[in-house]
Design a protein around this ligand. Structure first.
Ligand code: ADP
Length: 656
């Protein structure tokens, strides 16, 4: 069991700060609920969609406007081109109008029609027609009789010549025999060669029925070739809607509108297209325009602007198809520009809005900050006032404390002095005894010395005087030790003392009591060991502890041979000095109340119950402790712990 004399320093209670909500719970509280976040996300999405929609709309409007404007310009250019091409085509066809009529004036032809079976006339007519054909630059020129049989032809020399063929089924024959000019586009039945047939009645003067028909076949391919070089598509469809000329060769002889069964039957009969399949050539109409033009697309091809014009004097229709990709490109560019501009304007608006919001938020934050600031200032002022009053209170308390402490120290000093005086009182019997003995010896010796002097025995008198001086010195030492013990030391918690010397002085002061108990003293203390303590105070502690040990051993009911152990050791800069006796040891009650002032088990007049209390106080003052324990082998054991103060050197100075 151990008891330390360290005053129980109460740890100041740390007042915990008022509990604040944890960061997690606070942030959870601050966070907007999930529903609100969801709504915000939906609103953002809608805003984005609206933005995209507006950008798309602007792009579409820009596209539409530019495309329509570009198409209108293209249509204007197309109309001009169409007119030009139409005129070119009409004049090309008109170039040959005169040829069949001219033949009615020819004698060879008139002679032939008068006697069509005359080989000489046929030969002459053939030669004439061949010459006309070459001159006019036509494909063929031929003459039919009233029955529709070819009687003379420019190509009479060729093996597939028309000569003798019955072409009465041809519409151009029908028209001419009815006295009109026939115009007909057809595919030749002999050579499958397409051409433009012009026919005129022969010998129908004076209201007579025509005696025959003159026919000129014109090739239109040179025109077609001119079209093919142009950067657009052209086609010419005849009265049946069949394409007879086209810049694209595959379009030829295809029907631009569906042919009824009756029509097909009629065409088959007239062999106008020589039984060509007349597959439909249909353009998908993308958009019809106001002026009759249309945007068309052929299968998956690009869209084209279709413009039509009737060829004057015919039922033929000239169609111009121009590529719209340039207009589309321009429209796409405008659309992109519009989209980008709209997006820019919208984003600018959004940025401005965000900025406005940030500014208003900042203003609100500044206002909140100012409010918080003034609130803080108010609180600080309040708190300062509180603190000032608390400070006043504290200062008053401190002054009170200092005063109390001073009083306490005075009381403690008084107690200390009382303790010392008590010890002196305890020692007084012994001291009286110590002093009485040399005094009695002095009396006897001084009497004897007088006698020896009277006898003249100076040598013995001299010796006696030496003994007297020794006795007086001993008495002086005793009174000197008492004087220094009873002296009031300075109180500053400073100083250092040789432990061994302090033990010597304590034992000297307790000499009489030691003599009375006669313990075996075991001493193991380094003579040079110094402790940080005033020497007088250290002696006082040692006198108390050794005195208690002597008392305990004297009062030991077991009457063991007394043994006092004094040992000192150094550990971690502290000196541990143990005073152990082999008395009865500390009782349980003594343990519990050991350091209580005025606790004593000694009979009245012998103890005040202040020794241990004061000793512990002195050690504490010098940064030390007093530890009380019972030794396992019996007896009490007090350990004095003090900071080491360095060792004494040989010349008496000490090192720190
Ligand atoms: P006092 O000596 O005046 O009684 P102390 O404070 O010195 O006062 O001691 C208090 C009590 O502690 C003593 O009365 C005694 O009962 C007990 N005590 C002190 N030292 C010893 C010891 N060495 N052996 C047994 N008891 C002791």
């Amino acid at each position: 069991m151990q008891i330390t004399a360290m005053p129980n320093r109460q740890s100041s209670a740390v007042s915990s700060a008022p509990s604040t909500p944890s960061r997690a719970s606070r942030s959870a509280h601050d966070r907007p609920p999930r529903r609100q976040r969801g709504l915000a996300a939906v609103a953002q999405l809608l805003a984005l969609l609206a933005l995209a929609g507006l950008v798309g709309l602007a792009g579409w409007l820009g596209y539409r406007y530019t495309f329509d404007a570009a198409l209108a310009r293209q249509a204007e250019r197309g109309q001009v081109q169409l007119r030009l091409y139409g005129q070119a085509l009409s004049s090309e066809l008109a170039r040959y109008d005169f040829v069949p009529s001219l033949l009615s004036l020819d004698d060879e032809i008139s002679a032939l029609l008068a006697r069509p079976d005359d080989p000489a006339r046929v030969a002459a007519a053939n030669a004439h027609l061949a010459a006309v054909n070459t001159r006019a630059g036509t494909l063929a020129v031929f003459v039919l009789d009233r029955q529709g049989r070819v009687r003379a032809t420019s190509n009479w020399q060729r093996p597939d010549s028309y000569l003798g063929e019955d072409l009465s089924f041809r519409p151009y024959f029908q028209a001419a025999i009815d006295g009109q000019l026939g115009r007909f586009y057809g595919v030749g039945t002999t050579r499958d060669e397409s051409g433009y047939y012009l026919s005129a009645p022969l010998g129908n003067g004076n209201g007579q029925r025509p005696s025959g028909v003159a026919v000129v076949k014109v090739g239109l391919e040179p025109l077609e070739q001119r079209w093919q070089t142009a950067d657009m598509q052209m086609l010419l469809s005849d009265e049946n809607g069949v394409v007879i000329l086209a810049s694209e060769p595959s379009w030829k002889l295809r029907a631009r509108r569906p042919l009824s069964a009756a029509q097909r039957e009629r065409l088959n009969r007239s062999l106008q297209y020589n039984r060509a399949p007349l597959d439909p050539l249909e353009f998908t109409r993308v958009r019809a325009m106001n002026n009759g033009d249309a945007l068309v697309r052929m299968r998956r091809g690009p869209s084209m602007l279709e413009q039509n014009a009737m060829l004057p004097g015919t039922e033929w229709q000239l169609t111009l198809l121009t590529d719209t990709s340039q207009a589309r490109m321009a429209a796409l560019n405008t659309a992109a520009l519009c989209g980008v501009l709209t997006a820019f304007v919208l984003l600018l608006g959004a940025a401005w809005n965000v900025r406005r919001r940030i500014v208003s938020e900042r203003l609100a934050a500044r206002a909140a900050l100012e409010a918080a600031n003034s609130e803080l200032e108010r609180k600080v002022a309040e708190r300062t006032a509180d603190l000032t009053s608390a400070n006043h209170l504290l200062q008053t308390e401190i002054a009170e404390r200092i005063r109390t402490e001073r009083e306490l120290r005075q009381a403690q000093d008084g107690l200390l002095q009382a303790g010392k005086l008590a010890a002196v009182g305890q020692m007084s019997t012994g001291i009286a005894h110590e002093l009485n003995q040399p005094l009695a010896a002095l009396r006897t010796l001084s009497g004897n010395t007088q006698k020896f002097l009277a006898r003249g025995d100076l040598a013995t008198a001299q010796a006696n005087l030496g003994t007297i001086i020794g006795l007086v010195e001993k008495m002086g030492r005793i009174t000197g030790a008492l004087k220094s013990f009873a002296r009031k030391p300075g109180r500053n918690g400073k100083g250092s003392a040789l432990l061994a010397d302090a033990i010597d002085n304590a034992l000297f002061l307790l000499e009489t009591r030691v003599q009375a108990v006669r313990p075996e003293i075991v001493r193991d203390v380094d003579r040079t060991l110094m402790v940080a303590c005033d020497p007088n105070r250290l002696e006082q502690v040692l006198v108390n502890l050794i005195g208690n040990a002597l008392d305990a051993m004297a009062a030991d009911p077991a009457k063991r041979p007394p043994r006092l152990e004094l040992r000192a050791a150094v550990a971690e800069g502290m000196v541990r000095c143990t005073i152990r006796d082999n008395g009865p040891g500390l009782s349980e009650e003594a343990f519990a109340r050991l350091f209580e002032p005025f606790f004593t088990t000694k009979p009245a007049g012998q103890g005040l119950g202040l020794g241990l209390t004061l000793s512990a106080g002195i050690l504490d003052e010098y940064g030390g402790t007093l530890i009380a324990s019972n030794h396992p082998d019996g007896g009490a054991c007090f350990t004095m712990v003090l900071p080491m103060a360095g060792k004494e050197t040989h010349d008496g100075a000490h090192t720190q």
